[in-house]
Design a protein around this ligand. Structure first.
Ligand code: BDP
Length: 680
């Protein structure tokens, strides 16, 4: 069976008057220029037009034919607009403009690069899918981020680390898939939102996966790269720092060893022989059992720079991840996992080569439903930085529970680090506006697998879409993105649009309300991380996260009496988190240890807040189900039934969370629920 087209459905436009207007604009298409990317752009445009409007536009390469729609490559595009409009476009930007001239009007779709043209095509098709008029367009768009990247955690055997949507679309039984139709559709989906880079294998690189950079698999990797290239997406590979030993037969992987350096140079040269526009390496080093430079008494800068040196002559980058922490011992209260990334990397500022980018997870821990923003953003003014988000819902419901993450990501992007005074938001830092980074941007860990609907939960497609849209334009609101996605995916029935949009927008807070409270996180079942286990990690060497006893709960991360983590922030964030009075409720237990009777700004005590939110969370899921069932008959049966069954699964999960969390805190604290509800 065919895979789900997601938001590229191009359904026939039912409003005949509108379709007729569109036909006027789309009937005579002039295409100037040709290249693999422009060919993809043209194919997409023609396919979209025929599917939505039921016509095949006449195609010409001759600009003299008084076209209705002009799609022109950079070399030709210049001739169609004045200099000012042309110069407003950046390298990947595009222009969509209705030009009225003698002999009629035409729609101009121009790009500064082939990629720009492709993005312009997807924008135009989106406008038509959403039903916008085209007669007075004046759109210039440039991406807000230079790197807009997807990271895959796929393994060669076809499994996907933290994947909740089936098997890998790239690999099958130790090889790269023979047929790449599915990959091509994926490239289209990604390009439609403006993604321009992808890494295709797990950051935990096993022995098998080391072969991806050897002659045995490179020809196949190159086939994948070809597919992505035609959609403007550059390919990256995750590499294992110990590769020179594992596959090169060297006795060491010491980054200062000349043989090791030569080995990487030669490997890199071979990669570029197969993939001339190869993007570079993604590296997880000295983290969670992965090898790295620390083994050899070298630091992260020495490790990253060695790879950077090998990639530099070819224009490649090193994406070096900052997810580095030592296993802590909960008996040693001086360690704090939250501090680790900053403690490791901040002292190295200025030592990284300019083709290294540090990739930093949004929070200081690990993709919990609620965390403060990592204090490392903006803290290294002489080091390229990018943001890492997790699209795959590891800790946020595993694509069984509905959890639209765009509102969370917006909070991260809009967070003001105050690195260079007010207005140094995370989006400005990773957009390269606060410090003149050579490379920066946003990466997201993919939520895609070979399930027919790509993402397990159909509504989780909205996370992939939203990620791409935000990477392109971090100023879009969560509301705009949600509504856009619903219209593209489910059409324009007002009840459908409103219901699904609202459910998406509420879902993150609903998920938060029935899981770990007030910013502590981690009350999940160890290993797979779905469902509640209050003390699952509490006494493990991997860390301790809530310190609940019979008096109170939370982690004291203050400078005055705790781990000192708050001191890693710039003022005034530092003071805001340090003080119990100003610390925001939703992060209270991340920063402070308080008695259960502590009163939140909301007026409730901590314990009563826990009870209330957990009862409420379950009710909200019940309400989701009620609202969804009112859509019966208004959307296709298949997606209707699918989402309904997911919501029912979510309800069971929410109930389990409610009962486990409430019972635990009731027993710990001995404080009854003010409202006398049943706690098991
Ligand atoms: C954690 C995941 C683990 C990843 C790790 C990482 O549980 O599977 O390998 O992040 O980002 O969230 O490297």
């Amino acid at each position: 069976r065919e895979s789900d087209p997601c938001w590229l459905r191009y359904e026939r436009i039912e409003d005949e008057a509108l379709a007729d207007q569109y036909r006027q604009w789309c009937k005579k298409l002039v295409v100037c220029g040709s290249s693999p990317i422009l060919d993809s752009a043209r194919e997409e445009l023609v396919a979209g037009i025929s599917s939505m409007l039921g016509i095949s536009p006449t195609l010409s390469r001759d600009p003299q034919v008084s076209p209705s729609l002009v799609m022109a490559a950079p070399s030709e595009g210049r001739n169609w607009v004045d200099r000012r409009s042309w110069e407003e476009m950046g390298e990947e930007g595009y222009l969509l403009k209705t030009a009225h001239r003698e002999g009629g009007a035409s729609l101009l779709l121009l790009g500064k690069s082939d990629r720009g043209v492709l993005y312009g095509v997807f924008h135009l098709l989106r406008l038509m899918q959403i039903g916008r008029p085209l007669h007075s367009l004046e759109i210039v768009e440039n991406p807000g981020n230079r790197l807009r990247m997807i990271n895959h955690w796929d393994n060669l055997d076809g499994s996907v680390e933290r994947g909740y949507a089936g098997k890998s679309i790239f690999y099958h039984g130790g090889r790269i898939a023979r047929r790449l139709d599915r990959v091509r559709d994926y490239a289209r989906l990604l390009a439609s939102t403006g993604i321009n880079a992808i890494s295709i294998n797990n950051v935990n690189v096993g022995r098998e996966e080391c072969r991806l950079i050897t002659g045995s698999l490179l020809p196949d990797v190159a086939r994948l790269a070809d597919v992505f290239r035609a959609y403007g997406i550059r390919m990256f590979l995750s590499v294992n720092f110990a590769s020179p030993m594992w596959i090169g037969g060297l006795p060491t992987a010491d980054p200062l060893d000349p043989e090791v350096r030569r080995w990487w140079r030669e490997r890199t040269e071979e990669i570029y022989r197969h993939i001339p526009d190869f993007g570079g390496f993604v590296v997880k080093a000295d983290s969670e059992h992965q090898p790295g430079p620390l083994t050899y008494g070298r630091d992260h800068a020495e490790g990253a720079n060695m790879l950077a040196e090998a990639l530099r002559p070819h224009g490649g980058l090193v994406v070096w991840r900052c997810f580095v922490y030592n296993f802590q011992d909960w008996r040693d209260r001086s360690t704090d996992r939250a501090r680790a990334a900053y403690d490791h990397f901040k002292p190295l500022d200025g030592r990284f080569a300019d083709n290294v980018v540090l990739q930093i997870k949004n929070g200081p821990m690990d993709f919990q439903v609620r965390e403060p923003v990592s204090p490392l953003f903006g803290a290294m003014e002489r080091t390229n930085q990018m943001l890492e988000l997790q699209i795959t819902q590891e800790y946020t419901g595993q694509q069984k529970d509905l959890c639209f993450l765009v509102p969370q990501w917006k909070e991260v992007l809009d967070f003001d680090t105050h690195a260079e005074g007010k207005g140094s938001t995370v989006k400005a830092v990773v957009g390269g506006q606060v410090f003149p980074f050579r490379y920066s941007g946003i990466a997201g860990v993919s939520n895609v697998g070979d399930d027919r609907n790509w993402t397990g939960h159909t509504l989780a497609q909205a996370n992939l879409y939203g990620f791409g849209r935000l990477a392109w334009n971090p100023d879009l609101s969560a509301e705009e993105i949600a509504e856009e996605w619903v219209r593209l995916s489910f059409g324009h029935d007002p009840r459908v649009v409103q219901t699904i949009r609202d459910m998406l927008l509420e879902s993150w807070r609903v998920y938060e309300s029935y899981t770990a409270p007030l910013g502590i996180g981690w009350m999940v079942k160890p290993g797979h991380h779905y469902g509640p286990d209050v003390d699952g990690y509490e006494y493990s060497y991997w860390g301790t996260y809530h310190y609940a006893d019979h008096r109170g709960i939370g982690v004291d991360r203050t400078v005055k009496t705790g781990t000192g983590f708050t001191g890693q922030y710039f003022s005034p964030n530092r003071e805001r988190y340090e003080s119990l009075e100003t610390c925001p409720d939703e992060l209270l237990l991340f920063f402070h240890h308080v008695p259960y009777t502590h009163r939140l700004k909301s007026g409730e005590t901590v314990i009563q807040h826990i009870y209330n939110t957990h009862f409420e969370g379950v009710e909200r899921v019940e309400d989701f189900i009620r609202r969804w069932t009112r859509l019966k008959g208004k959307i296709d049966e298949e997606r209707y039934e699918h989402v309904l069954s997911k919501l029912q699964e979510q309800l069971a999960n929410a109930r389990e969370w409610r009962d486990v969390i409430n019972a635990y805190f009731f027993r710990k604290s001995g404080i009854p629920d003010e409202k006398g509800r049943k706690i098991y």
